[in-house]
Write a protein that binds this ligand. Structure first.
Ligand code: IMP
Length: 198
């Protein structure tokens, strides 16, 4: 079974391929990249929008999975949430968004505060549309430390640790990240589809 990944985000491709191995192929290996308007107001809606948009361009028997994810900071009213990829501006780089969040903390004199990552993983195939979620809790700090991970990882300290995901070895993130937790939930759905039980 080949699974098509509805993203070209290098950080996500690396983590999702690390989870599934070679059965996962980014959609850009099959068709040209194109813009998808993510206008949903939840991670789940945006994940479905992305998976459906790619599925519609592929043969009927394809299985497409999409990840929509982001970080939420309760002290900032849940920001950036579903706007994580365009927090600094539309088309912003990961670095722009990271520094925007650091600046928002600094403006409020917050050195460290609770935050969590959410990942919604959508699967679209002939048998239907499915969405699962995973979360990772911790704190964000008002500086970027370490070069590992991607996105907001250099300012995120997972619960139970005293270093950021930028500083910690990548296997720590892959053991219990929001993305890994959601991917673990999508596996039994894929198994049921494979067995023809859905
Ligand atoms: P999406 O591609 O629209 O789902 O945007 C997700 C954005 O959230 C990315 O651009 C990252 O900035 C951020 N993000 C999502 N997952 C992670 C993660 O695991 N680590 C760091 N940043 C993440």
């Amino acid at each position: 079974m080949q699974i098509v990944l509805a993203t070209s985000n290098k950080g996500k491709v690396k983590e999702i391929s690390g989870f599934f191995g070679e059965i996962v192929v980014p959609y850009t290996h099959i068709i040209d990249a194109f813009d998808i308007e993510e206008n949903g107001d939840t991670f789940a809606k945006n994940a479905i929008i992305k998976a459906r948009a790619i599925y519609e361009k592929l043969p009927d028997d394809s299985i497409v999975i999409a990840d929509d994810s982001g970080i939420s900071v309760p002290m900032l009213g849940g920001e950036p949430g579903v706007y994580s990829a365009r927090y600094a501006k539309i088309g912003a780089s990961d670095k722009d968004n990271l520094h925007k969040l650091i600046n928002e903390l600094k403006k409020k004199n917050i050195k460290c505060t609770a935050a969590y990552y959410t990942a919604a993983i959508a699967l679209v195939c002939l048998e239907g549309e499915f969405v699962v979620h995973g979360w990772m809790y911790g704190n964000v700090i008002d500086e970027a430390l370490g070069g590992g991970g991607f996105g907001y990882d250099p300012m995120f300290i997972p619960e139970g640790f005293d270093k950021t995901l930028g500083e910690l070895p990548s296997d720590i993130k892959s053991d219990f990240s929001h993305r890994t937790k959601a991917l673990k939930l999508i596996v039994p759905i894929m198994e049921m589809i494979k067995l023809g039980r859905i």
